[in-house]
Design a protein around this ligand. Structure first.
Ligand SMILES: Nc1ncnc2c1ncn2[C@@H]1O[C@H](COP(=O)(O)OP(=O)(O)OP(=O)(O)O)[C@@H](O)[C@H]1O
Ligand SMILES: O=C(O)C1=C[C@@H](O)[C@@H](O)[C@H](O)C1
Ligand SMILES: [Mg+2]
Length: 164
């Protein structure tokens, strides 16, 4: 599951994994546990480029079960050849949401998101819109693209079944 911060990867990924009787893996959580630091601290220590290297390493070398549902970090698909790698290894699903909706969802959750914490509330929608426009060329390479506008787990399951 890929998509911008606040797209709903964690919110929908957990119940989707449950329905599929698979483990749910949140890449941000794996990174935090492996490094013993928060995402914010990792960004501060390594800079964004060092953080992206860590994400790539998790994708390539992480020890995971045979089958699982993963929510990637929001930026992970947009660096290196991570998108090709994921498309090759599994089924990718882009949860797509409108910048206005993302801004609304993240308004009170900016502190834990290093790339948004310094953006003023009134600028949030515009900045997200600009950044999303850059990222969509990666996100739209996903095998399934789902608009997350009251999207349900049942709809995700249907899309997965028809894709297979
Ligand atoms: N379809 C939805 N409708 C309304 N609110 C939603 C929806 N999906 C997610 N949210 C809310 O948006 C916020 C962010 O969602 P979530 O944490 O699942 O995003 P995420 O894609 O995992 O983001 P991140 O990349 O930052 O981890 C949460 O407060 C969640 O409750
Ligand atoms: O969109 C992004 O670049 C990010 C999303 C989060 O999942 C975290 O990986 C981090 O906050 C960066
Ligand atoms: Mg998440």
């Amino acid at each position: 599951m890929i998509g911008y911060m606040g797209a709903g990867k964690t919110t929908l990924g957990k119940p989707l994994a449950q329905q599929l009787a698979l483990p749910f893996i949140d890449m941000d959580t794996v990174l935090e546990e492996r490094e013993g630091k928060t995402i914010t601290n990792l960004f501060e220590e390594l800079g964004e480029s060092g953080f992206r290297e860590k994400e790539r390493d998790i994708l390539r070398n992480g020890i995971f079960p045979d089958a699982f549902v993963m929510a990637t970090g929001g930026g992970a698909p947009c660096f290196f050849d991570n998108m090709d790698w994921m498309n090759h290894k599994g089924v990718t699903m882009y949860l797509r949401a409108h910048p206005k909706e993302i801004a609304r969802r993240l308004e009170h959750e900016r502190e834990q998101r290093p790339l948004l914490r310094s953006i003023k509330k009134e600028d949030l929608e515009e900045v997200i819109g600009q950044r999303l426009a850059v990222r969509e060329k990666f996100y739209l390479q996903a095998q399934l693209v789902m608009e997350n506008n009251e999207l349900t787990v049942e709809q995700l399951l249907e899309a997965l079944q028809s894709y297979r």
